[in-house]
Design a protein around this ligand. Structure first.
Ligand code: URP
Ligand code: ZN
Ligand code: ZN
Ligand code: ZN
Length: 473
């Protein structure tokens, strides 16, 4: 088995930082050592096949993006990144694990949906991957099938309070699925927006001639998110289900989650880079049809309401626990274009799986979060939240050697013509400058990115059978 030594760097974990060397044996971290303890030129070092010099750099557990949608059929088209292109782009950005969403559509069996996602991903991924299960049709059969999910390594499922006629579950269905969640320990993930009210609003706007991308945001105001978040929390309270609210964008929804947590309830929240950096006015409201690039749900919020400040604060106070991308890319050409003249026809989603580690590191530079918190919200907590901790999310003996060597003195210019490996014909973060750089990325001991070169291969990534959440109180 090949051995690798990462030497000279500062190993950063969720709880601290220290100068240390990391010895890797094959796919696994063998030891975290005093700096220089494997001295170059000694017998020990001659047994090391590869030495990576991390002097002046941070050595952190590889990123875990727990919310992606590779090649997801949605809005009459399909997300433009395949498991191959999307996981490669993730690796470029220092992410070494994704958790994608297998879909049970209306009228379909859960097992068939899960099998279909295995087929899409198997043999195609550059990095390790797991699945959450979308339950798009809560019925007797799907409720029974949920009993078997944990054995399949799927320890979480997502329900939707939005998208009537597509994925929406009514309150009775949500209650039943949450009872199952409480009984099995599976984490309930919730898209919390009042979809029925939103759809009426959206149709009224279009009818009145308000058809531009900006009105996507207008049609889904924060009240729709706060109300649904509250409802989900109350149903979880009633049933005892652990609840994880996905893509939180409104400060009022954060408030609901914080209150539930203060009451001792197992409620968690995720936000995404787009809600920390982008806004209704500057992005959705861009000239002409440009705003379509940023149509996603929950929508970008008004900069005048200070949601971004509140989200950064919630990341500091642990009212929001982690950041995923909700990577769901659609090209402008042929995909977003479907909604020219009618914003309701624009496929929902933003692609950013490549940029999460950089964008959140910029949060460290800008003083929003600490270096340790950066590691926690991008890797350690996702691993704990979704039952992978120990193997993933930590640099310690026995863990998978998923490691990011990050250079705080490097620089990254994000842009379609610059750093862009996603299968997407624009960058949602065009022109963003990052005061740091993804230097070297190891996936289970194999160097997949080094010095702006891609060295990985399709099929390197394996399916991760996840256990129950290790985060619950
Ligand atoms: O706009 C989004 N978020 N698209 C992906 C589907 C979802 O709701 O997560
Ligand atoms: Zn969603
Ligand atoms: Zn999503
Ligand atoms: Zn800079």
């Amino acid at each position: 088995m090949a051995t690798t030594l990462i030497t000279g760097g500062t190993v950063v974990s969720s709880t601290g930082r220290a100068r240390a060397d990391v010895l890797i044996d094959g796919e696994t971290i063998a030891a975290v050592l005093e700096p220089g303890s494997v001295l170059l030129g000694t017998e020990l070092t001659s047994a090391v096949d590869t030495v990576i010099d991390a002097t002046g750099k941070y050595v952190i557990p590889g990123g875990i993006d727990a919310h992606t949608h590779m090649q997801m059929p949605f809005g009459g088209t399909e997300a433009s990144d395949t498991f191959e292109t999307g996981t490669r782009a993730a690796a470029w950005g220092g992410t070494t694990t994704i958790v994608d969403f297998a879909i049970q559509s209306y009228g379909e069996k859960v097992q068939d949906g899960l099998a279909a996602w295995h087929e899409k991903a198997a043999g195609n991924c550059a990095i390790d991957y797991g699945f959450h299960q979308i339950i798009g049709d809560v019925n007797e059969e799907s409720l029974r099938a949920m009993d078997g999910l944990l054995d399949e390594g799927v320890s979480s499922f997502k329900l939707f309070m939005a998208y009537p006629g597509v994925f929406l579950s009514n309150d009775g269905q949500i209650l039943q699925a949450m009872q199952k969640s409480a009984a099995t320990g599976l984490m309930t993930m919730m898209h919390a927006e009042n979809g029925s009210a939103i759809d009426v609003f959206a149709q009224q706007l279009v009818k009145d001639g308000y058809t531009e991308p900006y009105y996507h945001g207008v049609s889904r105001p924060w009240q729709m998110e706060e109300e649904a978040t509250h409802r989900a929390i109350m149903l979880a309270n009633l049933t005892g289900a652990p609840l994880y609210v996905v893509h939180v964008s409104a400060k009022q929804a954060v408030g609901q989650i914080a209150t539930a947590r203060d009451n001792g309830q197992n409620v968690y929240g995720e936000t995404c880079p787009q809600y920390l950096y982008l806004s209704l006015e500057d992005n959705l409201g861009a000239e002409g049809f440009e705003g379509a690039k940023w149509v996603c749900s929950t929508p970008l919020r008004s900069k005048h309401e200070h949601h971004q400040d509140q989200l950064w604060q919630a990341l500091r106070t642990n009212d929001i626990q982690m950041v995923s991308t909700d990577h769901c890319p659609f090209c402008m050409k042929g995909q977003k274009e479907l909604g020219v003249g009618n914003f309701t026809k624009i496929p929902n989603g933003i692609g950013s799986v490549e940029h999460r580690m950089d964008l959140l590191y910029q949060g460290v530079v800008n003083g929003h979060i600490s270096l340790e918190r950066w590691v926690e919200i991008t890797s350690t907590t996702p691993a704990r939240m979704f039952g992978m901790y120990g193997k993933k999310g930590v640099i310690q003996p026995g863990a998978d050697a998923d490691i990011l060597v990050y250079d705080p003195n490097g620089h990254t210019s994000i842009g379609y013509e610059k750093t862009h490996h996603m299968n997407l014909d624009y960058s949602a973060y065009e022109g963003y400058e990052i005061d740091g750089h993804v230097d070297t990325v190891l996936s289970r001991g194999k160097v997949v990115v080094d010095d702006n070169q891609y060295l990985g291969a399709k099929g390197d990534g394996r399916f991760i059978k996840r256990g129950l959440s290790q985060y619950l109180i």
